[in-house]
Design a protein around this ligand. Structure first.
Ligand SMILES: [Zn+2]
Length: 247
């Protein structure tokens, strides 16, 4: 591997370091996780509230049932007395009939409210079921997102370690003068070594002058972009020169 290729690899390793550091530092996932936690809490509160209401309704309904039974018993008792009445005492017959009518009216009112109760309970049950599904979904999303991001971060940590080790290895392989050229530039900008493609510097997207290209062919020198000063890596300088001349 040529020194220039090693230098390019050094640049790529630094790029990897930067990229993975950014992933590790990125707080966006924490923000989202916190938001999901709040969403879960709100959903749970709503759920608990509905459960509380439905339990109160059930207590109410037990009371209503008791009332219904009480009226039913009174009516039955009066009806039994009425049909088994051997005397023709009109006064007591009238009193019984009046009592039956009265209790039937009361029974009807309580029964209507019982039906209303049941309808409310049914609606609440549907709401509770929906909230339960929502809670499960939010919870699952939370855990799968948490797993994904922690995997992503773990992955970035591994890649960062590899890149740092690679840098250490390259620093031992690359000759001093090349390293010096690299680090004197790296102090000022992060992207120091770029490719020269069709005579164009990939760093600044400008065409490198013919004079610079001539310089590169003469000596085994490090080639710098005469516009931005980046170190240029190229495959075959003679080939670049020929295509340049042909144009
Ligand atoms: Zn340039």
């Amino acid at each position: 591997m040529s020194n220039m290729s090693l230098l390019y690899e050094l640049q790529n390793s630094y790029n990897n370091v930067e990229e993975n550091k950014k992933i590790i530092k990125d707080g966006a996932h924490l923000y989202l996780l916190r938001k999901m936690k709040v969403e879960f809490g709100e959903c749970k509160n709503k759920y608990n509230e509905k459960v509380k209401i439905i339990n109160a309704l059930k207590d109410d309904y037990a009371e209503t049932s008791r009332e219904l039974k009480e009226f039913r018993d009174k009516i039955d008792k009066d009806e039994f007395a009425l049909y088994n009445n051997s005397s023709n005492d009109m006064k007591s017959i009238n009193a019984l009939q009046k009592s039956i009518k009265n209790n039937k009216a009361k029974h009807k009112i309580v029964e209507d409210s019982a039906i209303e109760h049941l309808e409310k309970e049914e609606k609440l049950n549907i709401d509770i079921e929906n909230l339960k599904t929502e809670l499960i979904n939010v919870k699952n999303n939370f855990y799968s997102y948490k797993k994904d991001t922690s995997e992503k971060i773990e992955n970035a940590k591994i890649k960062l370690e590899i890149a740092n080790k690679n840098i250490e290895k390259l620093q031992k392989l690359i000759p001093e003068n090349y390293l010096k050229a690299f680090y004197s530039k790296y102090e000022h900008k992060k992207n120091v070594v770029v490719k020269l493609t069709n005579g164009i510097c990939e760093g600044c997207k400008m065409k490198v002058s013919a004079m610079t290209l001539d310089e590169a062919t003469k000596k085994d020198n490090i080639l710098y972009c005469d516009n931005c000063g980046r170190i240029l890596i190229y495959e075959d300088i003679k080939k670049i020169k020929t295509t340049k001349k042909a144009k």
